[in-house]
Design a binder for this molecule. Structure first.
Ligand code: MSP
Length: 651
C-alpha cells in the first residue's frame, strides 16, 4: 500500500467497436467499489474511466456501418457513458482518447521519450492482427497465419515505424517487480509477467502509416504520415486525464493506487506501461490488478462471438446492487466465472435475502413488538461483549482484503457478523427473554443486532450503495467517513433511535427473469430443481423416484435430422432442423459439435424432448432438446434401434 493521501483508481478505457457487456461492467463495478471505499475511508479520490477510440479497428467498424469515424466513436462512447450513469458509477472523469487535451498529452509524452533517446525510426515487417492491434512473431501464429490471441487471420505488414527502446527496460522492469512484489495482483499473474520479460523484450513499434485514425506525431517530428500506435495513445490516458501535457491540474493524484484491468491486457499494463512511465521519469502505479474472464457456456464473451450478456438487462431484471454483489462475490478475483442466472438467484435468495434482509426483518419484528421500534445500545457490551469481539475481529480483516483485491473474501468475511447476529437471536431468543421479564437483556440483544447491521451496511456500502443507504435510513444514521470512523475504526455502537419502516430489501426470486440469456441445459436443471418433490422419501441411490404420470409429462419423440449446419461462432453448437412429424421441422441447437459433425448428423434419427419451452442461444431459437449420454470418454446420441417414422412417441 502506498501512503499517498490521495487515491487514484482507473478502469481500462473501452474500445468503441463493441457495446458494453458484463465483462466491461465487471471491471467498472470493481473499480467503482474501490473508489467508493476509498472515499468512505476519507481519502481524496479520483476515479477515471472512458473510451479508447483510435485505431484501424474502430476506423473499420465505422466504415462497415457507413458512418464517419468520429460520429461512430461519439455514438458508442455515449452508450458506455450512459450505461455507467444508469449504473450510478461514481467516476470523476470520463476520458475519450479523441479529447483535445488527451491528444496534446500523448504528443508531449512522445516528445519527452524522443528527448530521452528512447525512440528511433526504422522499418518493421511482421504479422499484424488488426483486431488486437498487435504484431506477432511468426512462431506465435496458429497454423502460420492466425492470431494467437483472437484466432483471426493476420496479414503481413511492412512499414516504416518509430520504435520505443523497450529492450533497454528489461532489467529495470525485472528489478522493479522484484522490489515491489505487490505491483501485479493477483500474485499468480506476477510470475507470468516476470517469465515473459525474462524471455527477452524486443523494441516496440509505436507508430503506424497504414491508417490515419490516430494521434499525429508532435509537430517538431515533421513526419505527417505516422500516427501513434493505439496502445501508446491509450495507455497515456491514465496521465493525460490528470492534466499531463496540458494543465497538470490533477497530476498530484499520480501514481495511481490501483489500475484495474482484465487479464487479457496485462502485458500492456505490466510491461509497456511501466516502461513508458520510466521513460517519462514518472513513478509507477502501486497496483496493476488483473481480473479474470466472464464466460458464457465456458466461452469468452464478446460481440464477435454473439454470446454477450447485456449488463443493463441483468441489472433491470434482478436489481443493480444485487448484480454488483453477485459479480464480486461469485468469483475469486483473478479467476474466471461463468455467468448463470441460477447462481445469481441463489445469491440473492440466500446471502442477501436470508442472511441480510431477513436479519433486518427480524430486528423490525422484535423491536416493534416489544419496544415500539426503540433501540438503545447502552447495555450491549454488558451482555454481548463476546459477540462484539467476534464482529470486530472480522471487520478488522476487511480493509486489507480489499487492498489485496480479495473482494470475494472481503464479502465472505463481511457475512460473519451477520451470522453472529442471526445466531445470537436463535441463542438468546428475545421472546423467551421477554417472557421471563428480562427486558434489559432483550433490548441489549436488539442493540447488538442493530449495531451489526449498521456496521455491515457501512462496509457493504461500496458494493451495494443503494441497498445499504436504505438500511442506514432504517437505522437512522448516514453512511459517511464519520460513521465509518466511529462504527468501524472505533468499534462504537449506535446512538439511541427509533427504527424506521423499511420495505423488504430482497423479495424472493422464484424463477429465471431473463429467459433468453440462459443456456438450455441449465434451464432444464433449474426447472427440475424447482418442482416440488412429491415423493421425497422415495429415493434410490440419491435419485428421486417419480410416478409414471410424471414421466409422461415429458413428450419424447423420434426425430429425423433433415438439415444440419455449424453455428458459425460457436465451437459447441450445431444448428439442426429435426422432423418430429409436424408440419414444419423443429429448429434445435445441440451442444454436440465436439463429438459429431454436421455431416454425421444429417439424415440420422434422434430422440427429441418435444415439449420444452423454446430457448434462444447465440441469437438462435431452439425448439427442443436431443437425448444423449455423456461420460469421461465423450458423448453419444441416443437413437431408435431401428428406423421409425418421424414423430413416433417414445415411452
Ligand atoms: N481499449 C483496450 C484497453 C486500453 S486501456 C489503456 C481494451 N478495451 S476492451 O473494451 O476490449 O476491454 C476492456 C476491458 O474489458 C478488458 O480489459 C477487460 O477488463 C474487460 N473485459 C472485456 N471482456 C471481458 C469478459 N468477457 N470478461 C471480463 N472482462 C472482460 O482492451
Amino acid at each position: 500500500m502506498s501512503c499517498h493521501k490521495k487515491a487514484y483508481i482507473t478502469t481500462p478505457i473501452y474500445y468503441v467497436n463493441d457495446i458494453a457487456h458484463i465483462g466491461h461492467a465487471y471491471t467498472t463495478i470493481i473499480a467503482d467499489t474501490l473508489a467508493r471505499y476509498s472515499r468512505l475511508s476519507g481519502l481524496e479520490t479520483f476515479f477515471l474511466t472512458g473510451t479508447d477510440e483510435h485505431g484501424q479497428k474502430i476506423e473499420e467498424a465505422a466504415k462497415s456501418r457507413g458512418k464517419s469515424t468520429q460520429n461512430y466513436a461519439d455514438e458508442i462512447s455515449a452508450t458506455f457513458k450512459n450505461l455507467w450513469d444508469d449504473f450510478d458509477i461514481s467516476y470523476d472523469k470520463f476520458i475519450r482518447t479523441t479529447d483535445a487535451d488527451h491528444i496534446k498529452g500523448v504528443q508531449k509524452a512522445f516528445s519527452v521519450m524522443v528527448k530521452k533517446g528512447d525512440i528511433y525510426k526504422d522499418t518493421y515487417k511482421g504479422h499484424y492482427c488488426i483486431s488486437c492491434e498487435t504484431f506477432f512473431p511468426s512462431i506465435q501464429l496458429v497454423d502460420d497465419e492466425f492470431c494467437p490471441e483472437c484466432g483471426k487471420s493476420t496479414s503481413i505488414v511492412e512499414e516504416e515505424s518509430y520504435f520505443f527502446r523497450l529492450s533497454e527496460y528489461q532489467d529495470k522492469l525485472l528489478a522493479y517487480y522484484e522490489a515491489h512484489p505487490d505491483f501485479i495482483l493477483p500474485k499468480s499473474k506476477r510470475n507470468e509477467v516476470i517469465r515473459f520479460v525474462e524471455g527477452g523484450l524486443q523494441d516496440l513499434s509505436i507508430t503506424r502509416t497504414s491508417f490515419d485514425w490516430g494521434v499525429k506525431l508532435p509537430e517538431e517530428m515533421n513526419d505527417a504520415k505516422h500516427v501513434m500506435y493505439v496502445w501508446l495513445d491509450a495507455l497515456m490516458n491514465y496521465i493525460t486525464a490528470l492534466g499531463y501535457g496540458s494543465d497538470d491540474a490533477n497530476m498530484d493524484f499520480w501514481p495511481a493506487r490501483v489500475q484495474l484491468i482484465g487479464k487479457d491486457i496485462l502485458r500492456f499494463h505490466a510491461i509497456y506501461w511501466p516502461a513508458f512511465l520510466m521513460s517519462l521519469d514518472l513513478p509507477l502505479p502501486t497496483h496493476i490488478a488483473a481480473h479474470g474472464w466472464w464466460t458464457r457456456d465456458g466461452e469468452k464473451m464478446s460481440k464477435s462471438k454473439g454470446n454477450v450478456v447485456n449488463p443493463k438487462e441483468v441489472a433491470d431484471a434482478y436489481g443493480l446492487d444485487n448484480f454488483r454483489y453477485f459479480m464480486l462475490r461469485e468469483v475469486p478475483f483473478g479467476g474466471d466465472g461463468d455467468f448463470s442466472q441460477k447462481a445469481l438467484i441463489d445469491r440473492i435468495n440466500s446471502d442477501l435475502g436470508n442472511d441480510l434482509g431477513n436479519l433486518l426483518n427480524r430486528l423490525v419484528g422484535m423491536s416493534g413488538k416489544y419496544f415500539e421500534g426503540k433501540i438503545n445500545s447502552a447495555k450491549v457490551a454488558t451482555y454481548h461483549q463476546a459477540e462484539l469481539d467476534e464482529v470486530h475481529a472480522s471487520l478488522e480483516k476487511l480493509e486489507p482484503l480489499l487492498y489485496e483485491m480479495q473482494i470475494h473474501r472481503y464479502l465472505e468475511e463481511l457475512w460473519r457478523p451477520l451470522s453472529v447476529a442471526n445466531k445470537a437471536i436463535d441463542t438468546y431468543q428475545p421472546w423467551t427473554l421477554m417472557k421471563e421479564g428480562k427486558e434489559e437483556e432483550a433490548m441489549a440483544l436488539n442493540g447488538l443486532i442493530a449495531a451489526i447491521l449498521a456496521k455491515v451496511a457501512v462496509m457493504l456500502y461500496p458494493v451495494m450503495p443503494a441497498v445499504c443507504t436504505k438500511i442506514s435510513q432504517a437505522l437512522c444514521f448516514d453512511i459517511d467517513t464519520a460513521t465509518w470512523q466511529t462504527l468501524i475504526k472505533e468499534s462504537a455502537l449506535l446512538q439511541p433511535f427509533t427504527l424506521e419502516k423499511v420495505e423488504p430489501l430482497f423479495p424472493r426470486i422464484e424463477e429465471l427473469l431473463l429467459e433468453q440469456i440462459e443456456p438450455i441445459d441449465s434451464k432444464a436443471e433449474t426447472k427440475t430443481e424447482k418442482k416440488p418433490q412429491t415423493q421425497e422419501e422415495d429415493k434410490t441411490e440419491g435419485i428421486a423416484l417419480i410416478g409414471i404420470d410424471q414421466f409422461f409429462q415429458t413428450s419424447l419423440k423420434v426425430g429425423t435430422v433433415v438439415s444440419a449446419e455449424e453455428v458459425p461462432k460457436s465451437k459447441k453448437l450445431l444448428l439442426l432442423q429435426v422432423d418430429v412429424g409436424e408440419q414444419v421441422p423443429r429448429q434445435v441447437l445441440a451442444g454436440i459439435r465436439e463429438w459429431y459433425s454436421a455431416e454425421e448428423m444429417l439424415g440420422t434419427q434422434v430422440c427429441v424432448v418435444a415439449n420444452l419451452k423454446p430457448a434462444t442461444l447465440m441469437g438462435l431459437k431452439s425448439e427442443g432438446m436431443l437425448l444423449a449420454a455423456k461420460d469421461e470418454n465423450g458423448l453419444c446420441m441416443i437413437r431408435p434401434e431401428k428406423p421409425k417414422t418421424a414423430g413416433t412417441p417414445i415411452g
